[in-house]
Design a protein around this ligand. Structure first.
Ligand code: V0D
Length: 253
């Protein structure tokens, strides 16, 4: 383990000289249900525990200078879960923001959403809108929640918008490039993730940021999201820096 022998614990002391902190880190917050099951607790207890992890990781990412933290909170497939669980999940943004928003504001963090919030319950939408409004003038780390998000849906949405532009004669087919296409994604204008972290032992992308992950370094761990600590985050960053050192100087393209 990379953390072994590090008496100081996570912190800038472990930074490899001259190596950069990833600008954009994406995380699939997976393993809450399994964590609860292992403890004979209801699944919602796992989501609560996951929220405590979220709080700590947001703080740590901000502390070490990550510019964008993208979190997979609720996928378009999650609607298939038991209704009681979906209802509970829909109240989590409210709960999270009620507890965290003052701190996010104090820390100059910007809240953003990618996905289709229009299909969410009105109360959930209201909580999210408040968070967006109250942090939109902030200039620090971007906290990007993927909510009711699906990567393929995002791409189809972008294609439809582009087609409509062509239909109206505002755009010609020849003008469509990768660069232009990217602007029509929910994440339009953000740099692609440098590092994707997926806990809980699943080795898949699961329809998260399909276009944006093309060149992203992937980092997996068996640790379940509620057990995920800042030490794990730090280890992922360190591994990212080691990969950078290995491939550094040689163009990836
Ligand atoms: C449950 C662990 C914050 C993962 C974290 C319904 C699963 C806690 C938000 C949130 C969830 C979303 C939007 C926003 C502010 C906060 C959240 C969901 C689940 C999906 F603007 N935690 N959280 N959203 N969990």
């Amino acid at each position: 383990m990379t953390m072994a022998g590090n008496k100081r614990g996570p912190g800038p002391g472990r930074l490899i000289a001259g190596k950069k902190i990833p600008r954009h880190v994406a995380i699939i917050m997976d393993g809450n249900g399994r964590w609860a099951k292992k403890r004979y607790l209801p699944r919602i207890a796992g989501h609560r525990a996951g929220m405590r992890t979220l709080r700590k990781i947001v703080d740590f990412a901000n502390e070490i200078g990550v510019e964008i933290l993208s979190l997979y909170a609720f996928s378009t497939e999650n609607w298939k879960r038991p209704p009681g669980e979906v209802e509970f999940l829909m109240r989590l943004p409210e709960e999270y923001l009620y507890k965290e928003l003052p701190l996010l504001i104090e820390k100059n963090i910007v809240v953003r959403i990618i996905g289709e919030p229009a299909q969410l319950p009105a109360r959930t939408q209201k909580a999210i809108k408040t968070a967006l409004d109250k942090t939109q003038k902030n200039t620090g780390m971007i906290l990007n929640f993927a909510f009711n998000y699906g990567g393929r849906t995002e791409i189809v949405h972008a294609v439809k918008t582009l087609c409509a532009e062509v239909g109206r004669g505002r755009l010609s087919v020849d003008e469509i490039t990768e660069n232009l296409f990217e602007k029509y994604l929910y994440s339009g204008g953000m740099p692609d993730p440098d590092l994707l972290i997926r806990p809980s032992g699943e080795l898949r992308i699961s329809n998260f940021l399909l276009w944006q992950l093309a060149y992203t370094e992937l980092w997996f761990t068996d640790v379940l999201w509620p057990d995920f600590k800042k030490e794990h985050f730090w280890e992922a960053v360190l591994d990212y820096q080691l990969r950078e050192r290995r491939f550094g100087g040689v163009s990836k393209f």
